[in-house]
Design a protein around this ligand. Structure first.
Ligand SMILES: Cc1cc2nc3c(=O)[nH]c(=O)nc-3n(C[C@H](O)[C@H](O)[C@H](O)COP(=O)(O)O)c2cc1C
Length: 387
C-alpha cells in the first residue's frame, strides 16, 4: 500500500490546498535536518529505515562514468536542492546521483511569489522560481564543510546559472566565478542556459555566446571536471544540432536534455486553482502566466530531443535525460533513446518517495525481459533508425 498516494498526497494537494512552494520548503527543511543530525539517534535510525525501504542495490544498475561511480541511473534533477542543504541525504532516498543548484555567483531571492503551481490534471508543474539561491560562495562553504570524497555516497552534480544582476554580455565571467568557487565539490558541472525564468538566459544557447561561455570554463577547468550543457526542449532541430557540434568541438562531456518548456499547447489545465494563500484567490489563466512546464506534458518532447542528439552523434556524446519521468517505462524510453542517466523532479512530487525504487525495480525487469546484463547495454538501443 502506498501511503503517500493514498493519504498524504490527497491531503496536501487537495484537502489543505497547501502552497506547493511551502510544501517544498518543509520537505527540504526536514531532509536537511536529517542530514545535520544524521549520525545521531533518531535521525540515523530514520536514515537506515529510509535506505531499507527506498533503495535498490544491484550491480546491473551500476555504471562508471566520467571518473565517478553511479550506483543506479536515476538522479535528482536540478532545482529541488538549490542550496545543497540536503546534499548527503539523497542517496538514502534511493537516488543514484543528485544535481544541486541552480547556483548563481550572487545570492538572489528569485521572482516574487506565487511562482510554483501544480497542474494535477496534466500531472505537471509550472514554475518561475528565477534561480532563488544563497550564492556560490555560501554554497561552496556549506559543501566544503560536509562533502568530501569519503562522505559523498553518490555523485554530486552542480548546476550553474547566470545571476540576474549580471548583464548578458558579462555572463561568462559570472559562470566562471561560480565554477571557481565550487569546482572542488562537484563530480560534474552543468552550464544551465535553458531556464525560461531569467530574462535573456536562453539567448546564451546561441552558438557564438555559448562558445565563449564554454571556452571560459574549459580554460579554468584544468582538473578536467565533466561539464554538461543543459538545453531547452523548445529549440529548433538546427539549433540543437549546432549546440551538439559545439559541445563536441569544445570537448564538453555531454548534454542534459531537457529543461522545462514554455509551450502551453498540449495542456488540459486552463486555469490554475487557488491555494490557501489569501493573496491569490482568483484562478489564474495558464496562458498568461510566465514560467516553464515540467512533468508529463514534457515527456515525449524531451525523449525526442534525446533521440535526436543520439542520432546526430551516433551515440558518441553522453546524454542525461530529464522530463516527465514517472514510471520505469518512462525512464526506459529515455535510456533506450540514448540517455546514460536520467533525472526526475515533478514525478517525484506526484508519485512520492517510493517512485525511485519502483523505477529501478522496473528497469531490472526490463533488463531481464530483454536479456541484457546491465543498464549500460540498454543505452541507445532504440536510438538509431532501424534499431
Ligand atoms: C520547481 C522547479 C524548479 C526548477 N529549478 C531548476 C533549476 O534551478 N535549474 C535547472 O536546471 N532546472 C530546474 N528545473 C527543471 C528540472 O531540473 C527539470 O529539467 C524539469 O523539471 C523536467 O523534469 P521533470 O518533468 O521530471 O520535472 C526546475 C523544475 C521545477 C519543477
Amino acid at each position: 500500500m502506498d501511503i503517500y498516494k493514498l493519504v498524504i498526497r490527497p491531503l496536501l494537494f487537495t484537502g489543505l490546498k497547501s502552497d506547493p512552494e511551502w510544501l517544498h520548503q518543509q520537505t527540504i527543511r526536514v531532509l536537511s535536518g536529517i542530514e545535520r543530525i544524521g549520525h545521531r539517534p533518531p535521525a540515523n535510525w530514520l536514515q537506515a529505515q529510509l535506505q531499507q525501504s527506498l533503495c535498490v542495490r544491484d550491480v546491473r544498475l551500476e555504471q562508471k562514468l566520467w571518473g565517478a561511480s553511479f550506483p543506479n541511473p536515476v538522479g535528482l534533477a536540478a532545482g529541488f536542492d538549490k542550496d545543497g542543504v540536503a546534499a548527503l541525504v539523497w542517496s538514502s532516498l534511493g537516488f543514484g546521483f543528485a544535481e544541486l543548484g541552480t547556483v548563481t555567483l550572487h545570492a538572489q531571492p528569485g521572482n516574487p511569489r506565487p511562482r510554483l503551481f501544480r497542474l494535477p490534471l496534466d500531472k505537471a508543474a509550472l514554475n518561475r522560481m528565477g534561480f532563488n539561491n544563497s550564492g556560490a560562495a555560501a554554497i561552496a562553504a556549506r559543501l566544503a564543510d560536509k562533502v568530501t570524497t569519503a562522505t559523498r555516497p553518490i555523485p554530486i552534480g552542480i548546476n550553474l546559472g547566470k545571476s540576474k544582476v549580471t548583464p548578458l554580455e558579462e555572463a561568462a565571467a559570472d559562470y566562471l566565478g561560480s565554477f571557481r568557487l565550487l569546482k572542488d565539490w562537484g563530480d560534474y558541472f552543468v552550464i544551465n542556459v535553458s531556464s525560461p525564468n531569467t530574462p535573456g538566459l536562453r539567448a546564451l544557447q546561441d552558438a557564438a555566446q555559448l562558445s565563449s561561455l564554454i571556452d571560459a570554463l574549459q580554460q579554468e577547468n584544468q582538473g578536467g571536471k565533466p561539464i554538461f550543457v543543459k538545453i531547452a526542449p523548445d529549440l529548433e532541430w538546427d539549433a540543437i544540432a549546432s549546440i551538439v557540434s559545439l559541445a563536441i568541438a569544445h570537448q564538453l562531456t555531454g548534454i542534459i536534455a531537457t529543461n522545462t518548456t514554455i509551450r502551453r499547447d498540449n495542456l488540459k489545465t486552463q486555469l490554475l486553482a487557488p491555494t490557501n494563500f489569501a493573496w491569490r484567490t482568483q484562478p489564474l489563466d495558464i496562458h498568461k502566466e510566465a514560467g516553464g512546464i515540467s512533468g508529463v506534458p514534457l515527456r515525449d518532447r524531451s525523449t525526442e530531443v534525446i533521440r535526436f542528439i543520439w542520432q546526430q552523434t551516433q551515440g558518441q556524446l553522453p546524454i542525461i535525460g530529464v522530463g516527465g519521468i514517472f514510471t520505469a517505462e518512462d525512464a526506459w524510453e529515455k535510456i533506450t533513446a540514448g540517455a546514460s542517466l536520467v533525472q526526475v523532479y515533478t514525478g517525484w512530487i506526484y508519485e512520492g518517495p517510493l517512485m525511485v525504487r519502483r523505477i529501478l525495480e522496473g528497469l531490472l525487469q526490463k533488463l531481464e525481459e530483454r536479456g541484457l546484463a546491465s543498464i549500460s547495454e540498454a543505452v541507445g538501443i532504440e536510438g538509431l533508425p532501424g534499431a
